[in-house]
Design a protein around this ligand. Structure first.
Ligand code: ADP
Length: 313
């Protein structure tokens, strides 16, 4: 559905996107992660047909974004960063304008507009000029225009940026619902979003792909993967008990909240043995948790890790 081949973009001498290759299968939601300036927006703009690549190629639904640009743009819905243009139009006028620009057939026009208004909860602001809307509403108007022509492919640049927690939840639910019959790329720097909506995540930094994996695979690269953390009344006694579990490699105590984390030796599982060791010594534990892995830590080590991490990815 979406395919890039060594896609690249230079601005003068500066390489913003440095040969990115990936595929997204139908029905997948791909998360695009990376620090600010990594090249996410530039890549998305090229796939959406809003910016010409300087090297490589991109195809959506089989159409080359440069050679068959009209066909390609027809099957793509794109939410750019920031607020929609045409800020002096009110929301309804803007959606009607986009429906016409997108050549939505006359018999479907009103239904599609009403559907988008409904899905993004825009009813209360229909008569308001876009410029006067809050950041959250502007984002939702942007999303409404992206889905108006019912595209097969959606490219969403930071769709939850500027939304409050309830609105974020609504937009994530909407993305999940749309994933049933669309292929979607979502860029984000909010890591919880990866869990909430993505089947797969690509981490990019300095214009290059550093990792391409499922959220679970990324978490399994965390040093916290399969670690056991707990809080206990008697920290010293708990540490002592943990240190006697053969497969525990190291123990750390958080200086702020006193939480103890036991890290396993590579490939080992320690939850059952830790539990048994604590019970054996009658240590009172308030919380005991098996860690899945911490995405923020993986993200940091991949994007700041330099050449060694790149080679492993
Ligand atoms: P991201 O979306 O990951 O934050 P961008 O794709 O917006 O990153 O930008 C990637 C890099 O390209 C940044 O260093 C940015 O400053 C640079 N860049 C983006 N647009 C332009 C432009 N029109 N001219 C020059 N440099 C640009």
């Amino acid at each position: 559905m979406i395919e890039t081949q060594a896609l690249g973009k230079r601005y003068g001498d500066f390489v913003a996107v440095d040969g990115i290759t990936f595929k997204v299968e139908p029905g997948q939601v791909l998360g695009f992660l990376g620090p600010n300036g990594a090249g996410k927006s530039t890549t998305m703009k090229m796939i959406a047909g809003f910016l010409a690549p300087t090297s490589g190629s991109a195809r959506v639904c089989g159409f080359d974004v440069e050679e068959q640009s009209l066909e390609a743009r027809r099957v793509v819905g794109y939410l750019p960063e920031g607020a929609p243009s045409y800020g002096e139009m009110d929301v309804r006028q803007f959606l009607e304008f986009i429906a016409d620009a997108r050549e939505v057939p006359a018999n479907l026009r009103n239904k599609r507009i009403d559907d988008a208004i409904d899905r993004l909860n825009l009813e209360s602001v229909l008569q308001q000029p876009i410029d006067t809307l809050s950041k959250g509403f502007k984002r939702r108007v942007g999303l409404a225009q992206a889905i108006l022509h019912d595209p097969k492919v959606l490219i969403l640049d930071e769709p939850t940026d500027g939304l409050d927690p309830n609105q974020k939840h609504e937009v994530r639910t909407l993305i999940n619902a749309m994933a049933r019959d669309k292929t979607i790329i979502v860029s984000t720097h909010v890591l919880e979003e990866v869990h909430a909506v993505c089947h797969r995540a690509i981490i990019i930094a300095r214009g290059r792909v550093l990792a391409d994996a499922t959220p679970a695979e990324l978490e399994s690269r965390s040093r916290y993967h399969q670690a056991v953390s707990l809080t206990a009344t008697d920290v010293k006694a708990a540490k002592e008990a943990l240190s006697r579990v053969p497969d525990v490699a190291s123990i750390e105590v958080d200086a702020q909240d006193g939480r103890i984390t036991a890290f396993p030796k590579p490939g080992r599982q320690i939850f059952v043995a830790v539990n048994a060791a604590l019970q054996e010594r009658s240590i009172v534990v308030r919380e005991l948790a098996l860690e899945g892995g911490r995405l923020d830590e993986v993200f940091r080590s991949i994007t700041q890790g330099g050449a060694a991490t790149e080679a492993r990815a």
